[in-house]
Design a protein around this ligand. Structure first.
Ligand code: ADP
Ligand code: MG
Length: 477
């Protein structure tokens, strides 16, 4: 028996829709030019065919068959092969001379019936509608034709609607909106002045859609991102060292290294700026692998935790990377303010209490001892909010400036974390930093981008395949 729903060809969308589109439905896919409608539709047909064995027809007023096949081959969709196997038909409607609606409809139905298609794309309704003399006629014809396609041939149809501008109000107004079982709206948005592609579910009959906004990218096809989900590691493994490349420390994450052109350059003060509603788990994805990578190479790591993290969090994260307690106690130093009843371990340094000069001198002594004992550079992680809380903005800035100079001179690596709400500090620290990354949240999705070096947006997800948690970063293009 056929499944109740029909895969959309986009994994995240299938999940959000509880399996996919309702079978035998009419789905309107709307958006302005260049938003990815053709690519979405092509993937819907291609995966439908290759993964689910459902034949498809693409009826196009817009592109020639050759252009379509060529463009889609770039995404790995080999429609020529599908056509040769009798699983796919491309109907070039731009060449049909008699543009009268009945002719066009007949042509489409003929292709659908001849191969027994279960999926049909009409690109676009806007072109098809030109054959209607009035809106009423259009609605009646569409109704009768589409219902025929569904009842008789059990075919699900994607109806592409070209929009002139980026305003979604129009979508609901057309005839197509009334008749459709579902409306998907593709749009170009932005985040931090960087292009962001977004998919919005405006309507989906018979399907609860708790999540209506997805981000997507057109890299290697149409890939959507639902709200961020943490994942559990199934079989924990020890972190595998990531080699440094010429002049740079690996971040411990291949994805992040790639964005940064090999990692953090030696002697770099780094600023990781954290946006509103970004959780500790989320920004730790970018930070913790770098620390693991230092430790497994027997390099030292010294940490002044941000608010919300402390020595317990550090030791827990270390454990998640398979770091032993011997390594923790010999290579890691966490600076905290001592409190009554604390169980002091070798990796805990009691600090923050005697004024910034004295505390900084003690910090430097701890760092020097680590560097000398390991004969290797140290990674210094500092939660700026903790310093501000303990010493005030002015002293914090002065010290972080000194620290940045020291990092540059010693060729080590310093990462400053900055929580939201410190605008002035962000500006000044951004100016000092060699690398400045930001983590932002929108509609529950997490994005990472570089201010220095300037990059586009990357969607942040969790990768667990290696047996420990790593960031998965996909460019939005
Ligand atoms: N090989 C490719 N890889 C990634 N993105 C591409 C590629 N080719 C085209 N694009 C992007 O796809 C967009 C066009 O997608 P398309 O589905 O044709 O849009 P629409 O049908 O909505 O006009 C372009 O804006 C371009 O940015
Ligand atoms: Mg198109």
């Amino acid at each position: 028996m056929a499944k109740k729903s029909l895969s959309t060809g986009v994994k995240a969308l299938d999940i959000v829709l509880g399996g996919g589109f309702p079978r035998k439905s009419l789905i309107v896919l709307a958006g302005s030019p260049g938003t990815g409608k053709t690519i979405f539709s092509a993937q819907f047909l291609y995966r439908g065919c290759v993964v689910h064995g459902e034949k498809g027809v693409y009826a196009s007023f817009a592109e020639s068959k050759n252009a379509f096949y060529e463009n889609m081959a770039e995404f790995g969709f080999d429609f020529e092969k599908l056509e040769a196997a009798g699983k796919f038909r491309f109907l070039e409607l731009s060449t049909v001379k008699e543009k009268a609606l009945p002719t066009v409809i007949e042509l489409i139905l003929k292709e659908v019936t001849e191969i027994g298609a279960k999926r049909l794309v009409i690109d676009s309704f806007s072109a098809l509608a030109q054959a209607f003399t009035d809106r009423h006629e259009g609605r009646v014809v569409l109704h009768s034709v589409i219902s025929k396609i569904f009842r008789v041939y059990e075919c699900t149809t994607l109806l592409i609607v070209e929009q002139q501008c980026e305003s979604k109000k129009e979508v609901n107004l057309g005839i197509e909106g009334f008749v459709a079982d579902g409306i998907i709206y593709l749009k170009r948005g932005s985040l931090a002045h960087r292009p962001l592609r977004e998919l919005e579910l405006l309507k989906m009959r018979g399907t609860p859609t708790p999540e209506t906004h997805l981000a997507f990218t057109l890299k290697d096809g149409f890939t959507a991102f639902p709200a961020f989900k943490a994942k559990q590691v199934k079989k924990p493994q020890r972190f595998m060292p990531q080699p440094d490349t010429n002049g740079s420390y690996s971040t411990g994450s291949a994805d992040l290294d790639k964005i940064l052109g090999g990692g953090y350059q030696k002697g770099s003060p780094v600023l990781i700026e954290i946006g509103e509603e970004v959780s500790t788990f989320q920004y730790h994805l970018l930070l913790v692998p770098t620390a693991w990578n230092f430790i497994v190479q027997r390099r030292g790591v010294i940490v002044i935790p941000s608010a919300g993290a402390d020595h317990n969090v550090v030791s827990k994260r270390a454990e998640e990377g398979g770091i032993t307690s011997e390594e923790l106690n010999s290579l890691v130093r966490v600076c905290i303010k001592e409190y009554p009843g604390i169980k002091l371990e070798p990796y805990i340094v009691s600090l923050m209490g005697n004024g910034i000069s004295e505390d900084y001198a003690r910090y430097l002594a701890v760092e020097r001892e680590l560097a000398e004992r390991t004969s290797q550079p140290t990674l210094c992680i500092t939660g700026a909010d903790m310093l501000v809380g303990a010493y005030g903005i002015k002293d914090t800035l002065a010290t972080l400036k000194l620290e940045a100079t020291r990092i540059r001179e010693t060729g080590s690596l310093g990462i400053v974390l900055l929580k939201p709400g410190y605008h002035r500090l962000a500006k000044i620290l951004g100016a000092i930093a060699e690398v400045h990354l930001k983590v932002k949240q929108k509609h529950g999705k997490i994005f990472v981008y570089g201010v220095k070096p300037r990059t586009n947006l990357y969607a942040l997800e969790v990768a667990t395949a290696k047996g420990y948690i790593l960031p998965k970063l996909t460019p939005i293009i």
